[in-house]
Ligand binder design. Structure first.
Ligand code: COA
Length: 195
């Protein structure tokens, strides 16, 4: 395991896509193979407000955990230094969201902000994804332990994350690690844990 950096971009984008359909391979869902990683992995690797770790085996990078200790500062940094370049190359579909690619393009132009009541008690957030070959052997717990300890050092008193309701395996994993439901809607949950 080592700290993630800009040099991990291609690997992290690939892992993001290959685990992006509620834990399963999302490659068939997207025409653009880069967009999902550009939204959910790229800014954590590029911006100083993001941080993370990668798990490496003999085949290369097999998983990551990426996040930010201060979600509001991270959102502001994305607004200043990440979204503008993507907006310039990916037109806003507006109300005409017809595909998963369109949903990501809409999100680039109007990124959702974490709710105030979540950020006030759980200011950090994270994303964790492992390729199938790295799943189920304790690597997820190691990555979580590492980033949660880092968040605590950075002064965060809690952490939140989003997960699709369909991703029952990940929900079981997060609950096992002490996360509780903060907000739920039809398709997803926001979970949180004190640090
Ligand atoms: C979800 C994921 C990160 C979990 O990582 P993992 O390496 O498979 O999990 P680990 O083997 O480290 O499991 C850690 C602990 O959680 C437990 N656990 C794992 N999944 C569980 C589940 N569904 N229900 C209950 N406990 C679970 C394990 O038994 C283990 O317990 P222990 O350490 O007390 O013995 C990983 O499977 C993954 O990346 N999946 C695909 C991508 C994904 O869905 N990401 C989340 C998107 S929100």
């Amino acid at each position: 395991m080592r700290e993630a950096g800009p040099e991990d971009r291609a690997d992290c984008y690939d892992i993001c896509l290959r685990t992006g359909d509620s834990g399963a391979d999302a490659t068939p869902l997207y025409t653009d193979p880069v967009l999902l990683g550009a939204v959910y992995a790229g800014p954590y690797l590029a911006l100083p407000e993001g941080l993370g770790y990668v798990a490496v085996d003999e085949q290369g990078v097999a998983g990551y955990v990426l996040g930010a200790a201060d979600t509001r500062a991270f959102e502001a940094a994305c607004e200043a230094g990440w979204w503008p370049a993507l907006r310039a190359t990916h037109p806003d579909p507006g109300a005409h969201v017809r595909s998963p690619d369109d949903r990501l393009r809409r999100l680039i132009h109007d990124p959702p902000l974490a709710p105030d009541r979540v950020v006030s008690a759980y200011p950090a957030h994270l994303h964790i994804d492992l390729l199938p070959r790295a799943q189920g052997g304790g690597v997820g717990r190691l990555l979580m332990d590492r980033i949660l300890a880092r968040f605590a050092v950075e002064g965060a008193r809690g952490v939140h994350l989003g997960v699709a309701r369909a991703n029952e395996r990940a929900i079981g994993f997060y609950r096992h690690l002490g996360f509780e439901t903060l907000v739920e809607d039809a398709g997803s949950l926001l979970l949180g844990r004190a640090l």
